[in-house]
Design a binder for this molecule. Structure first.
Ligand SMILES: Cc1ncc(COP(=O)(O)O)c(C=O)c1O
Length: 365
């Protein structure tokens, strides 16, 4: 079976480096908020081209902490997409703010600016872009859009590690970028992890306080925070895995390139190809089909694992059916949810694996 992710197939050299990193932490006798975290935060900020990175417990907390650090909360509206992981919207709700859902562009599954425009109200404080599947696009337009409306741009980069638009990295366009290091992400820990990146050092300091119960110095709590810290073991593993990220991303691009060149079946549609060489990091490769479930079954029978990202758009989840949304509806997101299928696209795949996936899709009738 060609799997959606295959961590067991990762190179032995990486495994050895990870064991060395784990031993280093074990022998250090220091497990939370120490040197490994500091080193990783500096390395990640540098790679993202920003002044600050603050390691936190997971990607969802990175968004909540970022919003709270900006004082976006009760009474404030944050516009985002219904085609995302539930965590994106849950983080807005947990910050006490009001999510408002705009529709997507059917060719990319990313937020549609015209729909976002229809969602703007006097309460709107921010647009939270999600770089879905690993794509960043048209970032200057989004920056200008937010400036025009006097609102802030925020980025959910959980699926877009080091994706670049015109040479600038995901998360560096908005006031903050929120990263997840969940194991399946392009840069994944061996457990939960996340980080908030930002240029604004005061925001980073507030985030560092919020992640640690709202503690400024030991046993002084000027605010109510969370317990959301990236531990030393995960930080050390992330530092190790960071060395492999570029090569792994390049391999994802090769597989995705083979799919774009090779998939030809009138029953299957592809999303738009990347606009720039580095604007897509192919966290997921998604195809669309009106016969999605039959296609998934066919692939399974021919030895190809698939998943659906995401089968239920946020506004159709029971706790979210009342959420405010584009007055014209969210039809493109609903159609995408009914047709999308993620096929394997990960660094451990061989050329033969990619060829088999293509052959299997092209044989679907
Ligand atoms: C787009 C998006 N946002 C947020 C998250 C939340 O990240 P985490 O699982 O680390 O909380 C995820 C991960 O599932 C995601 O894919």
């Amino acid at each position: 079976m060609i799997l959606i992710n295959d961590f067991k197939a990762e190179p032995e050299e990486l495994r050895v480096a990870e064991l060395t990193a784990m031993e280093r932490v074990l022998r250090s006798g220091w497990y939370v908020l120490g040197n490994e975290l500091q080193t990783f935060e500096q390395a990640w900020a540098r790679r993202c081209g920003v002044a600050n990175a603050v390691g936190v417990g997971n990607g969802m907390d990175a968004i909540e902490i970022g919003l709270r650090g900006l004082d976006i909360g009760p009474g404030d509206e944050v516009i985002t997409t219904p085609m995302t992981a539930f965590a994106t919207v849950l983080a807005i709700i947990r910050a006490g703010a009001i999510p408002v859902l705009a529709d997507i562009d059917p060719d990319t599954a990313l937020l549609d600016p015209a729909s976002v425009e229809r969602c703007i109200s006097s309460k709107t404080k921010a647009v939270l872009l999600v770089h879905l599947y690993g794509q960043v696009r048209e970032m200057e337009s989004w920056v200008a859009f937010c400036q025009r409306h006097g609102i802030v741009l925020l980025e959910d980069c959980a699926q877009a590690h080091l994706a670049q638009w015109n040479g600038k990295t995901a998360g560096s366009f908005g006031i903050f970028g929120a990263y997840s290091f969940y194991p399946t992400k392009n840069l994944g820990a061996l457990g939960d992890g996340g980080a908030l990146i930002c240029e604004d050092t005061e925001l980073a300091q507030r985030a560092a306080v919020l992640r640690n119960y709202g503690q400024s110095v030991r046993y002084q709590h000027p605010t109510l925070g969370l317990n959301s810290r990236l531990d030393e073991l995960q930080a050390a593993l992330l530092l190790t895995r960071l060395e492999w990220l570029e090569d792994f991303t390049e391999r994802r691009r090769q597989i995705a390139g083979a799919y774009h060149a090779g998939i030809a079946n009138s029953a299957v549609r592809l999303l738009a190809a990347p606009m720039q060489a580095h604007s897509h990091v192919h966290h997921l490769f998604v195809v669309l089909s009106r016969q999605r479930d039959r296609l998934a079954q066919h692939l399974k029978e021919t030895g190809v694992q698939t998943l659906v990202h995401y089968p239920v758009p946020i506004h159709m989840q029971p706790p979210c059916i009342e959420l405010h949304r584009d007055p014209n509806g969210l039809r493109s997101a609903e159609q995408h949810a009914a047709q999308c299928l993620s096929i394997p696209c990960h660094p451990q795949m061989s050329d033969a694996d990619a060829a088999k996936v293509i052959e299997s899709i092209n044989a679907f009738k």
